[in-house]
Design a binder for this molecule. Structure first.
Ligand code: ADP
Length: 496
């Protein structure tokens, strides 16, 4: 390899450089010939030609379009003529020019970006044209593949009734597929925008569900919510929306992409099921109330009786009736979880007093475990007292159910970051990591062999989680299999 310095530069340096440049050919501006004056190796390779064959020939003589598969001589010829007459550069961003594949001996589609640059002579007229071509086949093929996969996605979305949308969080630009018109009860011609779509969302759901889901998604990157929407015909429908948030380098949310689907039918099924549970539970409550009253009467009448069996049998029956009443109440609560049905009656109260009452009540019902609650002073919260009590009792009764008799159950409360945090710790069987997230879902019970003998429906924690979330609090669990669990919830403190 020759090392060139400023002293030994070869006279033909520029010709050498030209021949090594990517896809270039220098033409004389002598229409209609356009004589080839110089050509780069790359250009020759692309056109399967040798320098000797083409030098000094007219461009269209050297590269006859029919042999080379050039799509439209007129485009190339007109391009050159354009440069000559206007003296301006002609840029062709996309040109198909097929190239022979040596292995298959067939022409394969190739795409090029092409520029014809004028070079002016002393008379200020175009004397030469420098043509450069860049192979953009890879780029074009990738674009085709992208468009094809987008098409496939759109078809699949259309077939499943999914609307796909894209929201720019900086300027609120909102684009979506035509299915969104369908889902919101409009004809394809109706113009929808972000505001009109939001206006159709039920007022309560917008405030309680959408806003919360937005806030959450800016933290986690995932958006998920189910809301009621008003159709223009006055009917109420349900849609489920799922999306992903994209963040910039400063972790600022900038874009949201997702899908929306109509879930009215499954929601109506769920509502029908809940209504059925509510009705059945209600019907069961009436005979149970009179059964309980008769048992209480019987207990008083038996006060003087001597037969210990009859006395314990009546007490045990009373306990079973209490259990069943509690179960029926929780079924009734579940049916009240539809939006707008679970109403919170908030008040200021001392949560430590409430925990104390729940502990006393639990001790009275079951004396099998050692319940401990140490606290200092008063912690005031603004919450629904009865429902918060329900959560505490549920934590305690689970701790009793899922830990060995005679073991310790510790309750604790403390203030941290304007919140009160309450915990119930047991030394029981614990929960596998894979179940820890799911136990707060409706009807979920950990899939444990030894759980078969423990009665339950998997609704207590679901209810507790709904109650806490509606107070804008948090509920969670820490647990180690075989060692025990700590269930936590936190609630905002009363404003001072
Ligand atoms: P249930 O106890 O009626 O099944 P819950 O909703 O209260 O319903 O609890 C859901 C599931 O969570 C239980 O079935 C059990 O698998 C698990 N679980 C709850 N509390 C505990 C606990 N203290 N220790 C171990 N597992 C628990």
């Amino acid at each position: 390899m020759t090392a060139y310095t400023t002293d030994n530069l070869p006279g033909n340096l520029f010709q050498l450089l030209f021949e090594k440049s990517p896809g270039s050919v220098l033409l004389k501006a002598d229409p209609p010939c356009f004589t080839i004056l110089a050509v780069s190796d790359d250009f020759l390779k692309i056109n399967l030609a040798s320098r000797n064959e083409v030098m000094g020939k007219g461009f269209f003589e050297a590269f006859p379009e029919n042999n080379q598969g050039l799509h439209g001589k007129t485009t190339a010829y007109d391009g050159f003529m354009n440069v000559v007459t206007t003296g301006e550069r002609v840029y062709i961003p996309f040109l198909r020019y097929d190239v022979l594949n040596h292995e298959t001996n067939a022409f394969t589609p190739h795409y090029w970006r092409c520029t014809n640059n004028p070079i002016l002579g002393a008379d200020n007229k175009v004397a030469y044209i420098l043509k450069t071509i860049i192979d953009i086949t890879g780029e074009v093929n990738a674009q085709h593949a992208r468009a094809e996969s987008e098409n496939r996605l759109l078809l699949a979305a259309e077939a499943t009734g999914l609307a796909i949308w894209d929201l720019n969080l900086i300027n609120n630009d909102f684009s979506f597929t035509p299915q969104l018109n369908d889902l919101f009860g409009h004809t394809p011609e109706t113009h929808l925008d972000l505001k009109s779509v939001r206006n159709q969302i039920h007022h309560d759901d917008m405030r309680n569900i959408v806003m919360r889901a937005y806030k959450e998604s800016f933290k986690t990157g995932d958006y998920l919510c189910e809301v009621r929407i008003h159709w223009p015909d006055g009917s109420l429908r349900w849609v489920k929306t799922q999306g992903k948030v994209l963040f910039n380098d400063d972790h600022k949310p900038v874009r949201m992409l997702g899908t929306t689907v109509d879930v009215t039918e499954s929601k109506r099924d769920e509502i029908r099921k809940n209504d059925f549970i509510a009705m059945a539970s209600h019907e069961l409550k009436t005979p149970l109330t009179s059964l309980k009253a008769y048992l209480q009467l019987l207990e008083t009448k038996l006060n003087g009786a001597t037969d210990p069996f009859i006395k314990t049998a009546v007490v045990k029956s009373g306990n079973q009736v209490n259990k069943m009443t509690a179960l029926i109440h929780s079924f009734l609560d579940i049916s009240k979880l539809e939006p707008g049905k679970l109403q919170l009656k908030t008040q200021n109260f001392d949560i430590n007093k409430l925990i104390g009452e729940s502990v006393t009540e639990s001790r009275a019902v079951s004396s099998t475990h050692h319940l401990q609650f140490k606290h200092s002073g008063q912690i005031n919260v603004n919450a629904d007292r009865e429902k918060t009590g329900q959560v505490i009792s549920n934590f305690i009764s689970n701790a009793i159910k899922y830990s060995p008799k005679g073991s310790e159950i510790c309750l604790h409360s403390e203030v941290a970051d304007d919140q009160v945090q309450v915990s119930v710790k047991d030394k029981g069987m614990g929960i596998k990591p894979k179940d820890q997230e799911k136990i707060f879902q409706r009807f979920y019970r950990a899939d444990e062999e030894n759980l078969k003998n423990v009665s339950g429906f998997g609704i207590g924690l679901y209810l507790s989680s709904e109650i806490i979330q509606r107070h804008k609090g948090k509920i969670w669990v820490k647990s180690e299999e075989g060692k025990g669990s700590i269930f936590y919830f936190s609630l905002p403190l009363s404003p001072a």
